[in-house]
Write a protein that binds this ligand. Structure first.
Ligand code: AMP
Length: 218
């Protein structure tokens, strides 16, 4: 799920996991859990997330990779919500994917007008009390998206795995478009609850023969 904050990657990502049988992995949720744990790492992370800055790539990989490997072993697939967010992250993910025989089948790019994004995030801030859902931090997160993450749209479009959808319309319409696109690629669970006809990943067993996904130094 590749989208600006407030576009609906959490909502639609969770729905997609129900429909595909893949596990939902949100980099933001993993970071917030680590911050809430009060660990030394969590204290390091809190500064970045509270300001709306991106967390350094090495930290992201060390937090995300164990969850990705576990999801691949358990279900053979995952929906990554909020990762990658920079070109270096995307290129390193592609390299790790090649080493571990993991494929990326779809990149969902959700869009909505900026005023709508800001209104949704302010509303969520009122409801959930997320400390980065305040106006100044929201504006900064949108600027970070435009500068760091938006270039990934063209990168994935050129690889012909990008689905671009507006979420400035009823949720049912967005889901119908997601369903049609994923079904056409054999990525949806069938009505009887069976796993997708085409696995999101290669056989998870292959992972156990691969090198462990330690983040690269530097
Ligand atoms: P999210 O829940 O996706 O809106 O992410 C909340 C915050 O977590 C972001 O504003 C960043 O500070 C941090 N974050 C989440 N994912 C990443 C990532 N892939 N790379 C760097 N920072 C991230």
């Amino acid at each position: 799920m590749l989208s600006p904050p407030g576009a609906g990657k959490g909502t639609h990502g969770r729905w997609l996991t129900q429909q595909t049988g893949a596990i939902h992995i949100s980099s933001g949720d993993l970071l917030r859990d680590e911050v809430a744990s009060g660990s030394h790492l969590g204290q390091q992370l809190a500064g970045y997330t509270a300001r709306g800055d991106l967390v350094p790539d090495d930290l992201i990989f060390s937090i995300l990779m164990p969850a990705v490997i576990a999801a691949a072993r358990e279900t053979g697939g995952y929906v990554l919500d909020g990762f990658p967010r920079t070109m270096p992250q995307a290129l390193r993910a592609a390299q790790l994917g090649a080493e571990l025989d993991l494929t990326c089948d779809a990149v969902v790019y959700l869009t909505a007008p900026e005023d709508e994004l800001v209104a949704r995030l302010l509303d969520r801030g009122d409801r959930d009390g997320r400390d980065d859902d305040r106006l100044a931090v929201i504006r900064h997160r949108l600027a970070v998206f435009a500068g760091e993450t938006a270039p990934l749209v063209d990168y994935y479009r050129s690889r012909e795995i990008l689905l671009e959808l507006s979420t400035d319309r009823p949720e049912a319409e967005v889901r119908a478009d997601l369903r049609a696109w994923f079904e056409a690629r054999g990525l949806m669970r069938s009505a009887d609850g069976k796993a997708p006809s085409r696995r999101l990943l290669s056989s998870p067993q292959q992972l156990s023969h691969s090198r462990p996904a330690e983040p690269q130094p530097g």
